[in-house]
Design a protein around this ligand. Structure first.
Ligand code: SAM
Length: 256
């Protein structure tokens, strides 16, 4: 999968691209990330890309005659032209379902705003999807672009090993519940013990415990993620299992 990031501050990405899963995915050729400095497309001899808002008011606005030619030129650099995403607080809020949709594209062109944001004609001219990280205002779209890349690459085949599979992650399809509690060594720390079932070696019991813990903590913390039936029925019979989170055996109720 290929990502093109259009930004005024390409250097922001250097540390991030050199770390962990992302660096390994780049090294193995599973993903490509290309950075483009929007200033390279400025028609101004001083490489200015912003100007004062018409009608007055604070701050500076990104110019349409810099951003649109930049996006068009970057799209023409490779095939397919890619799905264009404007990072903006006014866009669709990013969640795991949106991440899954974005991951279906072979190429994403991520456009980072700065200052007071984009001239409205940028939105009008580009067939872009607008994505927001949440209901707060960042100084620029770079952190949002990194969040998109970080979340999307987890779904690119081969990026995660089996041991890090994303299938049981919180918010993941098909259930979209929160993940169950996780423990590792030591077995006891400051009097807090790992639940005995996880040490039992009984895979069926462990799967049932994980299913129940996942449902319980989703109910407590994010009841909005549960359907009406899931909220009422402790452990629905015939519920289709998924790896690591199978439904509990028939006839067994929820433990309290
Ligand atoms: C200071 S913000 C501009 C906010 C704009 N004046 C508004 O109120 O909608 C500058 C840039 O940061 C990015 N940005 C800020 N908040 C964001 C968010 N919640 N999600 C994604 N991008 C964001 C966008 O690229 C935006 O163009």
């Amino acid at each position: 999968m290929r990502f093109d990031v259009l930004t005024l501050f390409p250097d922001i990405f250097s540390g991030y691209l050199g770390q962990s899963l992302l660096a390994k995915a780049l090294e193995r050729g599973l993903i490509e990330v290309h950075l483009h400095d929007i200033r390279d497309w400025s028609p101004d001899k001083h490489r200015k890309v912003d100007d004062r808002p018409y009608g007055g008011g604070p701050g500076m606005v990104l110019r349409v005659d810099c951003v649109v030619p930049c996006v068009e030129a970057v799209q023409a650099m490779a095939d397919p032209p890619g799905h264009v995403v404007l990072l903006t607080p006014q866009g669709r809020r990013l969640d795991q379902a949106v991440v899954e949709q974005l991951a279906r594209h072979r190429r994403l062109v991520l456009v980072c705003g700065r200052y007071e944001g984009f001239d409205e004609r940028i939105r009008q001219l580009l067939e872009a999807e607008e994505i927001s990280l949440g209901d707060f205002v960042l100084n620029g779209g770079e952190v949002a672009a990194m969040a998109v890349i970080d979340a999307v690459i987890r779904l690119v085949p081969g990026v995660l090993g089996d041991e890090d599979s994303s299938e049981s992650d919180s918010f993941s399809a098909p259930r979209r519940w929160l993940e169950c509690a996780q423990y590792t060594r030591p077995r006891v720390y400051r009097g807090l013990e790992v639940p005995a079932v996880l040490l039992s070696g009984n895979h069926e019991e462990i799967a049932r415990w994980r299913y129940e813990d996942s449902r319980r903590r989703t109910l407590q913390r994010r009841p909005d993620l549960l359907g009406n039936e899931e909220r009422l029925e402790p452990c629905p019979q015939g519920d289709s299992p998924r790896p690591g989170h199978p439904a509990p055996p028939r006839g067994q109720g929820e433990s309290t």
